[in-house]
Design a protein around this ligand. Structure first.
Ligand code: B12
Ligand code: SF4
Length: 477
């Protein structure tokens, strides 16, 4: 569209830290795949540098980007990758003086100031429409001021153009550009089949959980890609990429039960069977729905049970009773679907007794897979505002400060999270747990996990990857 040059270059920055997630799941950056796909549909040319999955150090990303000379540069960023993103922007500013620098994603949406010395525009929340307008106006030499949902550089300062309405018809912007990334980077260690792909087919959540950044980012209005369009994309993934399993990373996959029933009926009617898993809330499942999901290939559901203490659940604004968690888990297992249970430790005000109750609930639920996470006040969440982190000066804002467990669990000081986590996991993962893991995991999946372990070991040992700090290197109490 610019007469031969590259219109858009999108970058998935390299990791600053290696987390547990990197070992267990990995997927191509949907944000950039969705943004690039939509922009291409409108006629722009686009490329993606997936430095996260390719483990390309920031310095190399800079020289690659400088050589490509894009008209618009976009970087996606979450809190864990702040430093790397800043480095790339800072280093490229001189190399690409005429390019429009943009940022978006989980961190820029809520802390624009930490990017503004170098970027021209930050998109808040949903990106497709605002980004396409930025690109179009830039290439046509028009003013950017009328584009809603964007923070724009304004001399030494920046200003917000005003809220943009959510995209109602998600089909209109759903054209994932899978060909711009290496799909072999998708990995899910608890999957049943391979190759696996990840999809997010819905946006928005009516909930208001205080630790969550989803409703501030996507709003409360729930929107979905249509069943027909979703099935067509799955067909494409199966046909063109040989995909045999999908991990749906929607926040509440079953919020709209009617949609799920129709989706499952369509999947079941097809010749090529698909294995899949998803995540949802305990309030949004029932027996007929779970049975339909199982028949359509669903093998695992992730639930955020979070806490065994009602007062903590209430402070979290979960809107759920402890007993509802047990019932949902029971129905899920009864339908033949594995339960992946997520719990949190370190919620502000939590006592030793509360933590014991959480571990007790996990034991009663007997999840097939269990995870205890550290409470973290991510930007945009209510916890983050409560902690006053929105006021932290930009030059003091660092990823290490999000090691929050130490600060929030005032009732149990001195106990490192790692120890808490180990103890909780050991309490829940008894003999029956490991038996279920063994019998429920196909040998091919075990082999994949083993290969993954050696891959990660290799990555960590190579001098080129020294730039990736280990999560455990962060200061803990
Ligand atoms: C899939 C996923 C993962 C995957 C892959 C992540 C990836 N980088 O691709 C895995 C499992 C690896 C993962 C790991 C982690 N994740 Co994660 N993850 C998600 C999840 C569930 C979906 C992301 C997604 O693909 N969404 C769909 C796309 C289309 O939406 P999107 O990414 O938001 O992009 C849109 C807009 O934000 C915007 N946009 C985004 N980037 C850009 C860039 C530009 C230039 C523009 C203009 C616009 C734009 O436009 C896009 C299209 O509308 C989100 C929750 C969620 N529902 O968003 C959490 C989420 C992003 N993860 C989160 C966290 C905390 C983590 C971990 C740190 C967890 C951990 N302790 O290990 C690690 C960090 C790994 C890393 N460095 O990336 C947090 C981030 C919080 C924050 N404020 O920083 C989220 C928001 C969940 C939460 N807890 O609230 N994650
Ligand atoms: S934690 Fe889940 S249910 Fe709660 S607000 Fe976030 S996405 Fe919604």
């Amino acid at each position: 569209m610019t007469g031969g040059g590259l219109d858009i270059l999108l970058i998935n920055p390299p990791p600053s830290i290696l987390t547990y997630s990197d070992y267990r799941f990995q997927n191509v950056p949907l944000s950039l795949v969705y943004l690039a796909g939509h922009a291409r549909k409108l006629g722009f040319t686009a490329r993606i540098i997936d430095a996260y999955n390719e483990m390309i150090p920031a310095e190399e990303v800079v020289s690659m980007a400088a050589a490509l000379k894009p008209a618009v540069l976009g970087i996606t960023c979450d809190t864990s990758r702040l430093e790397r993103t800043q480095t790339i922007f800072r280093s490229l500013r001189d190399a690409l003086p005429d390019a429009l620098f943009t940022a978006g994603g989980a961190l820029p949406s809520f802390r624009q100031d930490v990017f503004f010395p170098w970027v021209d525009a930050v998109v808040k929340g949903e990106g497709e429409a605002a980004f396409a307008e930025l690109v179009s106006n830039r290439l046509e030499g028009k003013n950017l001021g009328g584009i809603l949902g964007v923070y724009l550089k304004d001399g030494e300062d920046y200003s917000y153009t005003g809220d943009r309405s959510p995209i109602r018809d998600l089909d209109s912007c759903f054209h994932p550009a899978w060909d711009l990334v290496d799909m072999r980077h998708n990995f899910y260690s608890w999957g049943r089949r391979s190759p696996v792909a990840t999809l997010v087919l819905s946006r928005g959540c009516p909930g208001r959980c205080a630790y969550c950044t989803i409703h501030p980012l996507w709003g409360h209005q729930h929107r979905q890609v249509s069943v027909e369009r979703s099935i067509a994309e799955i067909d494409k993934l199966q046909r063109e990429y040989g995909v045999r399993e999908i991990y749906f990373k929607d926040n509440l996959f079953t919020l709209n039960k009617d949609w799920v029933h129709r989706f499952c009926a369509e999947l079941q009617a097809r010749d090529v069977k698909l294995a899949w898993s998803c995540g949802t809330g305990v309030r949004y499942v029932d027996r007929p729905l779970l049975k339909a999901m199982r028949k359509a290939g669903c093998h695992t559901i992730n639930y955020g049970f979070e806490s065994g203490e009602q007062a903590t659940l209430d402070r979290m604004r979960k809107g759920v009773a402890v007993e509802q968690n047990l019932e949902a888990a029971r129905l899920t297992r009864e339908a033949g679907i594995r339960v992946f249970g997520f719990f949190m430790i370190g919620y502000p005000g939590e006592t030793e007794e509360d933590i014991r109750k959480t571990v007790g609930l996990a034991k009663r639920i007997e999840p097939d897979i269990v995870m205890f996470s550290r409470v973290t006040p991510f930007p945009g969440s209510e916890l983050w505002y409560q902690a006053g982190l929105d006021k932290m000066p930009a030059d003091e804002f660092r990823v290490q400060d999000f090691n929050w467990y130490a600060r929030s669990s005032g009732e149990s000081p001195g106990v490192p999270f790692r120890r808490r986590q180990r103890e909780a996991m050991a309490a829940v993962r008894g003999r029956r747990y490991w038996m279920r893991q063994l019998t429920g995991t196909p040998p091919s999946a075990l082999l994949r996990l083993l290969a993954r372990f050696f891959w990660l070991l290799k990555v960590r040992l190579q001098p080129r990857y020294r730039h990736v700090r280990k999560f455990t290197d962060q200061p803990t109490l």
